[in-house]
Design a protein around this ligand. Structure first.
Ligand SMILES: Cc1ncc(COP(=O)(O)O)c(C=O)c1O
Length: 391
């Protein structure tokens, strides 16, 4: 039976690669998973007060459909969090979604028509291009310079009459790059000049190491900024699926979007209610797990980067999130990054993700390592990687 051409083209390298690992596992070999950015799978656990709030909500029979736009108390708490970061929003400008993933889907579904183009930083988190393609559009990667700033000349060259939006992922997955205030301002100015939406994903806003994090709201003024954020990473709630969309209140250009996106929220009924109740506690309750998480991650990042450098990989120090994106010396041994990643898996059991899965233009020739596991696991993985490269 035929399936739609749209669905056939959907890709998600981070999880698609797991299919290869299954074969390896079936042969009884041990795998070191460095492919999925899920802290809860390692030694970062959902804080006790958030878990308790979920259990209490279920036991108190809060098990019915929520409002489509989200639980009012949660929308209020999100409004407070994002206003503090600089974005001017009212509670009505917040929509709660089943993860940032659903928020991204709804946002792109609302703005992409067949043949429209969406600009995204190269490399980018794969669902950005997958959803754009799914809705008939074309993802267009713009270059990030060696100093971690967007290459504005490259961006301007790529803006066409078909462009609809510029995406910003800050901090970025897979590079861990963090944009400074000036870069954000320049991106907002370019978008405003060409009447483009700005879709900004700040899911790693609290996972920043050496620099100050600037929210897009700080430079948004009246620009058509759609902010995506969620609870998976900073609040260690990956499995619960909770995120949100915020729309800049000051932007008249967002009026149609503001009117239409809630229709998509209504047609899928609602986000998970007990989880939303727990998410209120995540925002309002103690935040002390965050500095502890950052310190643990900083040590793991520094260890992995040191080892990669010693092995001979060119690898920039990531300033946020929990990924490194080293370049591979291709040449005669491996024809491309995918072959490198599969060969590494085959010979060592270390599972990473090929860079081309994060964008053909700027992702190819690199691979992504998740440095969430404890040091002893990372040490074992780095030893295996070193032996593999030097063999
Ligand atoms: C940049 C970025 N956005 C969104 C997501 C997915 O978020 P959620 O779990 O809220 O769907 C991820 C997950 O890795 C991510 O890296």
């Amino acid at each position: 039976m035929k399936v739609s051409d749209r669905t056939r083209g959907v890709e998600y390298a981070i999880r698609d690669i797991t299919a290869h690992a299954q074969k390896y596992k079936a042969a009884g070999k041990e795998i070191i998973y460095l492919n999925i950015g899920d802290p809860v799978k390692f030694d970062f656990k959902t804080p006790a007060h958030i878990k308790q709030a979920l259990v209490d909500a279920v036991l108190n029979d809060e098990n019915y459909y929520a409002d489509s736009e989200g639980l009012p108390e949660l929308r209020q708490a999100i409004m407070e969090k994002e206003s503090e970061k600089g974005l001017e929003i009212s509670q009505d400008d917040v929509l709660v979604t089943n993860g940032v993933s659903e928020g991204l889907d709804m946002t792109l579904a609302s703005i992409v028509d067949p043949n429209s183009e969406v600009l995204m930083p190269g490399p980018y988190y794969p669902p950005y291009s997958s959803y754009v393609k799914f809705y008939g559009g074309k993802p267009v990667e713009f270059r990030i310079s060696e100093d971690g700033r967007p290459d504005l000349e490259d961006l301007r060259k790529k803006i066409t009459p078909r462009s609809r939006a510029i995406c910003i992922i800050n901090p970025n997955n897979p590079t861990g790059e963090v944009f400074d205030r000036k870069s954000l301002q320049q991106l907002v100015d370019s978008a405003t000049e060409h009447d483009l939406y700005i879709i900004c994903d700040e899911i790693y806003d609290k996972i920043v190491f050496d620099s100050q994090f600037t929210g897009i709201g700080k430079v948004a003024k009246d620009a058509p900024v759609v902010l995506l954020n969620g609870f998976s990473k900073s609040y260690l709630m990956t499995g619960w699926r909770c995120g949100y969309i915020c729309m800049n209140s000051n932007s008249k250009k967002l009026d149609e979007f503001r009117h239409d996106v809630p229709k998509l929220a209504r047609v899928r009924i609602a986000a998970n209610l007990p989880v939303q109740i727990a998410a209120v506690q995540a925002l309002k309750g103690p935040q002390d797990h965050i500095p502890i998480m950052i310190e643990k991650l900083r040590k793991r990042r520094d260890y992995v980067v040191k080892r990669l450098d010693a092995i001979g990989f060119h690898c920039k120090l990531p300033r946020g999130a929990f990924y490194v994106f080293p370049k591979i010396e291709l040449g005669t041994r491996w024809k491309d990054d995918q072959q490198f990643v599969l060969d590494l898996l085959d010979k060592t059991g270390v599972l990473t993700v090929h860079g081309s899965g994060f964008g053909a233009t700027f992702g190819s020739g690199s691979f992504r390592i998740v440095y969430l596991p404890p040091e002893d696991v990372l040490e074992k993985a780095m030893d295996k990687l070193e032996k593999f490269v030097k063999s």
